[in-house]
Design a protein around this ligand. Structure first.
Ligand SMILES: [Zn+2]
Length: 367
């Protein structure tokens, strides 16, 4: 999307609860859905039927900003692959999305200024290197590599970059130590972290061909994990919210910034943003996202991961994603602007522009 197409993003209007409540709604399997055409209009967007007829496009002027399909949870928002918590439905020729997906997936990504008061721009960043100690994480038997080594290595590289940019960094582990998942969010909370990024690497072993970037968010309280939609799995939604659910909209904004930068840096396919009830994120009192920048189990990505240059590239992409997110928050909360972290101005002080949509369609993930 051209920057000009993002002008509407700067409108100061807030989508109030009463506005959202006025949208035409239907119930589907006990879930509240809202009419997408009305929702789009509220956001200053236009809904357009596309080919095949079971798909629709949201457009900002002439520019497509989202694509959704009937009976699918998979969407494309600003060129990024995003899984909804509930499938889109079509009824009587009209498209509906669950109110939760509209409020917590579409609005934060397309109109973050309508998500209420944003968190303060980040100054303290928690980095959570996945696994460690007794827990190796996933392994690549052919290469003899284990996930915990690379999560720590990339996290230490990221720590250095963040500190150079003036941020304060807290690590949930700095060595090959065993750290229980629930303590990870506790460490971030104790440090007063403004966000947490949990670093992991993916695996589908013995499949050694699949590659790509994947991100995991904690599901909103009414929604299931992505995995629960697999054949034979059961609805695992929770009726009670967790501390991190207070930041659902901002988790979406953070995930979008990290997703775009990782995808641009890795160029190995987009596996999308998904949901899982992650123990490391559950108790978090700030936005948090788990990233899986590459597949350790892939012959290609597993080999690349063994090179320090590639791990530097991953760390730099996560830093850039955090800076983009910080830029969005600074833009949304001028009254709350605090002295920027004291790093180099180009990296830490200048508000980052809202990332534009990818000019190319979403790259498919590897096989
Ligand atoms: Zn892992």
């Amino acid at each position: 999307m051209r920057p000009a197409a993002l002008i509407l993003l700067l409108l100061p209007a807030i989508l109030s609860a009463s506005e959202a409540a006025e949208l035409t709604s239907v119930r589907n399997k006990g879930i509240d859905y809202v009419a997408l055409d009305e929702g789009a209009a509220r956001l200053g967007l236009r809904l357009e039927r596309s080919i095949p007829p079971s798909t629709v496009m949201l457009k900002n002027g002439a520019q497509p900003v989202a694509r959704l399909a009937d009976r699918s949870r998979e969407t494309d928002i600003l060129g990024l692959r995003v899984f909804f918590g509930d499938p889109v439905i079509e009824r009587g020729g009209r498209f509906y999305v669950s109110r939760t997906d509209f409020t917590l997936r579409l609005v934060p990504r397309l109109r973050p200024e309508r998500c209420g008061t944003p968190p303060r721009p980040p100054r303290v960043i928690a980095i959570d290197p996945g696994h460690g100690g007794l827990d190796n994480g996933t392994e690549n038997p052919k290469l003899g590599t284990v996930e915990k080594t690379y999560t720590l290595d990339v996290s230490l590289r990221l720590k250095q970059l963040l500190e150079q940019a003036g941020y304060t960094v807290v690590m949930t582990r700095q060595s090959d130590a065993t750290v229980e998942k629930q303590f990870r969010s506790e460490i971030a909370n104790q440090a007063g972290a403004d966000l947490m990024v949990s670093v992991h690497f993916n695996s589908l072993y013995p499949n050694t061909r699949t590659t790509g970037v994947e991100l995991m968010l904690f599901p909103p309280k009414s929604q299931r994990s992505a995995d629960s939609w697999s054949p034979g799995k059961k609805d695992d939604h929770q009726d009670t919210g967790e501390p991190i659910n207070a930041f659902d909209a901002w988790n979406t904004v953070l995930a979008g910034s990290l997703h775009r930068r990782l995808l641009d840096a890795m160029r190995d396919g987009d596996r999308g943003e998904k949901f899982e009830h992650l123990g490391a994120l559950r108790g978090l009192r700030c936005p948090g996202v788990l990233v899986e920048p590459a597949f350790l189990s892939s012959d290609a990505e597993g080999a690349r991961l063994a090179t320090p240059a590639y791990r530097d590239q991953i760390a730099a992409a996560i830093l850039a994603g955090i800076q983009d997110y910080a830029g969005i928050l600074r833009r949304l909360s001028p009254a709350q602007v605090q002295p920027a972290p004291s790093g180099p101005p180009a990296q830490a002080s200048a508000p980052a522009p809202v990332p534009a949509a990818r000019s190319q369609p979403t790259r498919p993930a590897g096989p």
